[in-house]
Each structure stands twice: as C-alpha cells, then as structure tokens.
Design a protein around this ligand. Structure first.
Ligand SMILES: [Ca+2]
Ligand SMILES: [Ca+2]
Ligand SMILES: [Ca+2]
Ligand SMILES: [Ca+2]
Length: 407
C-alpha cells in the first residue's frame, strides 16, 4: 500500500472509529437492507420486509417494475414449508406522484390460505384505480430444478404480476463488515477483514412479489412537487389486523383495523439510522411523519455520530426524510442491461434495481464520499433477463455440490 493509500485508509478508519460506534457496538446488529430491522418485525417474518425495488423494465422503458421481498433467509431444503405467503398479512404499496410525503395511490396485495404444498396460493391485487387482478403464486419444490416463474398479465390494464419464492437478490457481507468495524474500534484497523467479501445472503431464498405496470397507468400530472410529471415514489407497508383469535379448532380469525408492522422505502434507513429503541415506532410511522421531522433528530444524530458531515447528511436526508422515505424513480432516465438493468447513473438512489450495490452507495455518503466497500458486490447467481428478473430460487443440491452459502 503506498503512502497516499495508507493515509486515505487511516482517514476512513478514523471516520469509522467515531463514526460507526453507535451503529456497530457489541449490542447492535447489522442486518442488511431491512431484513430483521426491528423487534416486532424480527418475530413476524411474513411481515418482515427485506427489500423494495422500483425500476423501468430494461426491455421496455414504458413499464415500471415494482418488486418486494419478505421473509428473508428461507433455506432451500425447507422450501415447501416456508415458501408461502401469510394470508393474514396485507402488503400495501404506497405510490407517491405529487412530490410530497403523502401517498396518492395504493396497491393492495393479499394471498389466499394454502390448501396443499403442491397447489398455488391465489393473490388478489387491488390496483390504484380499482381494478382487481387475481393470480396464482409459483409453487415451491424440493426438486433439483425450481418450477418456472408463473406470470399473470391482466389484459385490461396491461399489468403483470408474479409472486413466489426466489433467490434473495440482495448481497452484503455482514460479519466481514462487523469485524472490520470492531478492529477499527479496538484501535487496530484491519482492512483485510473487509476483503472477506462473503455474501451473507448467498444460497438463501426470500418470498418475492413483483408488478409490471405501464407508466401511463399512474396518470402522472404536472405538480409543483413533480414538475414534468416524471417521478414516481414507492414504499411498502406490511400490515396485520389488530386482533387475532386462535379458535379451538386451530383456525385463526382476525378483526379490527390494520396496523403497520414493517415499512420500507430506501434500503438501510431503519436498520442503520434509527436507534433500536425507536425501530418499532419508525415502522409504525408514516412517510408524512418522516417529513414532519418525527425521526429527523434520531437520523441526524446517528449520522453526526458516524462522522457524516452536513453536506452528506443533507443528501441522505433528502432521500429519506424531506418528503418521506420513498424510493423515487425518474421514469425519464432510460434503464438498460441484463438482469433488470445495469447501465450507469440509472440506479439507486434513482429508484432501485436488483443489482444495485446499495450498501456501497450508502457507505459512500456516510463516509463523506470516500469509497468504502464490503466487497460483496454482486449476487451469487445470475438473475433472469425478463420479468420478474429474480434468479430462480436456490434448490437443494446434489451431494458434494457447493450450496453457495457463505456464513
Ligand atoms: Ca424489515
Ligand atoms: Ca402525494
Ligand atoms: Ca442471492
Ligand atoms: Ca457491496
């Protein structure tokens, strides 16, 4: 390492030493984009949002792809037991079209009870202007090869839908990064620990659902907050009714209004920037609460403790606080390339594509625009090049074959 690189390394180490201590102390956990981000969500995996994505279809930029993953870390050998959607959860996508923090349209996704391990569940999708789409999920299997993804297209709206088990497209080396930070905190920074580059998510599946929606469907209008009518904001809330009754016959009845268990727009906001004591409160809050500043002090406080300067706090706050925590996609920026798109300057924080290295992007701003990487920089298996773009789920392997897990 030459002197310049040494100096830069020490600088980054110092930034982190200050910096990441509240985040990476012995009692804290780093669990990626949003997997297991709060006490309530930890214990309610069907509600635990892993990631949310929004990007233009690289094969047809007139369509917006909105995708979400929940229930992280499904082991391939348990696909038939865990590869299902909870029928008592409402997955509510919020669509923001006017450039403020208030949701303007919603997409409501729910699933029927499972009737067997070999039959699909039926998804019911209520679109923003009232159309209802029903579609079967893709059935999981323990066979060597996964079932092909089932995609249903509604001829009236042109909306396509997929739901089922898929490879988790997210990638991040959780232990490598934690160990590096621990070495910084102990006063003996060891950059080699960041070279570990083992993707903690490799080899595991998630429950995923995806919509392909014509941009024209949203009827975007010029507004003061969205001049040119070319930006769509997206977030996801997972919700349950307030009362659950387990009947004597084992059936479950629910009643009462819905409450949000988990919510997400941008990656890592709740996981990394909200203190543990406020994580449930954050998930139960709204994007309008964000913009009203309800969590601003906590987020700014964490970033200041991280050593992030005011310029970069401003950049990050503009993404997640000023107008609420939405992924915001400019539909005027062309998206192209394989696996859901890969061209430069078209991805996160402009929406989010499956292959965007969001951890490195966020670290860049947190570390005051110094390049910092966990060295887990791509998915472990190739994604598909057509909707829904996920890689097929990881399947149980033949004897002696690498199962891709990198714990
Ligand atoms: Ca979560
Ligand atoms: Ca709005
Ligand atoms: Ca993966
Ligand atoms: Ca990375």
């Amino acid at each position: 390492m030459n002197t310049f690189r040494n100096k830069r390394f020490v600088l980054i180490a110092l930034i982190l030493a200050f910096a990441l201590s509240p985040l990476f102390s012995a009692t804290s956990r780093i669990e990626a984009a949003d997997h297991g981000d709060a006490p309530l969500a930890d214990e309610d995996r069907p509600c635990d949002i892993a990631d949310v994505y929004a990007f233009l279809d690289p094969n047809d930029n007139s369509k917006v792809i909105i995708e979400a993953t929940v229930y992280g870390f499904i082991v391939p050998g348990e696909a038939v037991n865990f590869g299902a959607f909870d029928p008592r959860v409402r997955y509510l996508l919020g669509i923001e079209t006017t450039g403020d923090a208030r949701i303007d349209q919603t997409i409501d996704v729910r699933f029927s009870e499972r009737t067997s391990t070999t039959a699909p569940q039926i998804a019911t999708v209520i679109l923003p202007f009232g159309q209802i789409l029903t579609a079967p999920t893709t059935v999981p299997t323990l066979a060597e090869n996964a079932n092909p993804f089932t995609v249903t297209t509604d001829p009236e709206t042109g909306v396509s839908f997929f739901a089922g088990t898929a490879d988790d497209p997210f990638f991040f080396d959780i232990p490598g990064f934690n160990r590096f930070v621990a070495s910084v905190l102990s006063g003996a920074p060891n950059g080699a620990l960041l070279q570990r580059g083992r993707d903690s998510f490799a080899g595991y599946n998630v429950q995923a659902f995806a919509l392909s929606i014509p941009v024209s469907y949203f009827k975007l209008q010029n507004t003061a907050g969205n001049p040119g009518a070319n930006v769509i904001g997206v977030n996801l809330s997972t919700q349950r009714q307030r009362r659950t009754l387990i009947n004597r016959d084992g059936s479950i009845s629910t009643s009462g209004g819905f409450m949000t268990i988990d919510r997400m727009g941008n990656p890592a906001i709740n996981v990394a920037l909200i203190p543990f004591s406020r994580k449930n409160e954050y998930n139960n809050g709204t994007t309008e609460d964000d913009a009203a500043g309800r969590f601003a002090n906590s987020i700014v406080g964490t970033l200041q403790a991280l050593g992030t300067n005011s310029t970069n706090i401003g950049i990050l706050a503009n993404i997640a606080v000023t107008n609420g925590d939405f992924l915001r996609l400019n539909v005027g920026i062309p998206n192209s390339g394989p696996g859901g798109g890969s061209n430069a300057n078209a991805g996160f924080p402009n929406g989010r594509r499956l292959g965007d290295d969001v951890i490195d992007t966020i670290l860049f701003f947190v570390a005051n625009q110094n390049v910092l990487s966990d060295n887990a920089n791509s998915n472990d298996v190739p994604r598909t090049d057509t909707f829904p773009f996920f890689a097929r789920p990881q399947q149980p392997r033949a004897s002696g074959t690498d199962d891709n897990t990198r714990n």
